[in-house]
Design a protein. Structure first.
Length: 268
């Protein structure tokens, strides 16, 4: 009995320890105090009203949403094409190509940010939303490639061969056979691309300048120069959005696994 309860208790305490800072932030966001204090003296929604009624907060929010939407489109297209190309390479070249594409996940983000800054500064992309879109796309493509590659691994290649043998063009085979099978993986990659772009800070610190301030950069500046519970309200909304997107990604991943299982069982 103790051997079963003890591991569960330890894991529960670890999870509680990790989640406690998030709980504190959420509770403080409903505080009526004019400064960050826990526990709050009373509960109020005034800091959410301050966020939604302040253009200095809404402007970076809309910019982050616009950049994240553009990154989703670019990274999903590029990542899906890259995953399809990698899947058709010989084993040695496939390992090399995968390592190169996934390098932004391996190299420390500060190193990536410095490299992007020096590369983009030559072309006047620092302080430009377009520069942030390109930089975030570089960071988001590996997530799409990983997700789509996992979906491609569960597809029987004989399905594509059968479509081609029946007269379908390669493009028609992709849209009518391959894409429906890998659609959950593509959508999961798109969700992770959105999260990656929307929550990214380090690269934004180097590239945003004064003309393209994103929401994470605005939160960073607020923590440095003035701290009020508005930052807790913004953080809570960001947490809720991220959790919702992660839940959607988990649902799509489960659906992809079910699709692969059904395909494997019906394949000849």
């Amino acid at each position: 009995m103790i051997a079963r309860v003890l591991p569960t208790t330890v894991v529960g305490l670890i999870l509680l320890f990790l989640a406690f800072p998030i709980v504190v932030v959420v509770v403080v966001s409903f505080s009526s105090a004019t400064y960050l204090t826990f526990p709050p003296p009373a509960f109020s929604l005034k800091w959410y009203e301050a966020y939604f009624g302040n253009a200095d907060w809404l402007r970076p929010t809309w910019l982050s949403l616009w950049i994240a939407a553009a990154v989703v489109v670019l990274s999903t297209v590029l990542g899906t094409l890259a995953a399809l190309g990698i899947a058709r390479l010989p084993r040695t070249l496939r390992i090399i190509a995968t390592g190169l594409i996934l390098s932004p996940l391996i190299v420390p983000v500060i190193v990536v940010a410095i490299g992007i800054y020096y590369a983009f500064s030559r072309y006047g992309l620092v302080g430009s939303p377009f520069g942030l879109v390109l930089a975030h796309t570089c960071l988001a493509v590996p997530f799409v490639v990983t997700s789509v590659s996992a979906s491609l691994a569960g597809i029987d290649p004989r399905l594509e061969q059968a479509a081609l043998s029946l007269g379908a063009t390669p493009l028609g085979t992709f849209f009518q056979v391959t894409l429906p099978l890998i659609r959950p993986g593509v959508l999961v990659g798109a969700l992770f691309a959105f999260i990656t772009s929307f929550d990214e800070l380090v690269v934004a610190l180097f590239l945003s300048g004064s003309g393209a301030v994103t929401l994470p950069r605005r939160m960073w500046d607020d923590l440095r120069f003035q701290i009020d519970p508005t930052i807790a309200a913004v953080s809570t909304l960001t947490i809720v959005l991220t959790v919702a997107l992660m839940a959607c990604a988990h649902f799509l991943r489960k659906r992809a696994e079910q699709t692969r299982t059904a395909t494997s069982s019906t394949a000849p």
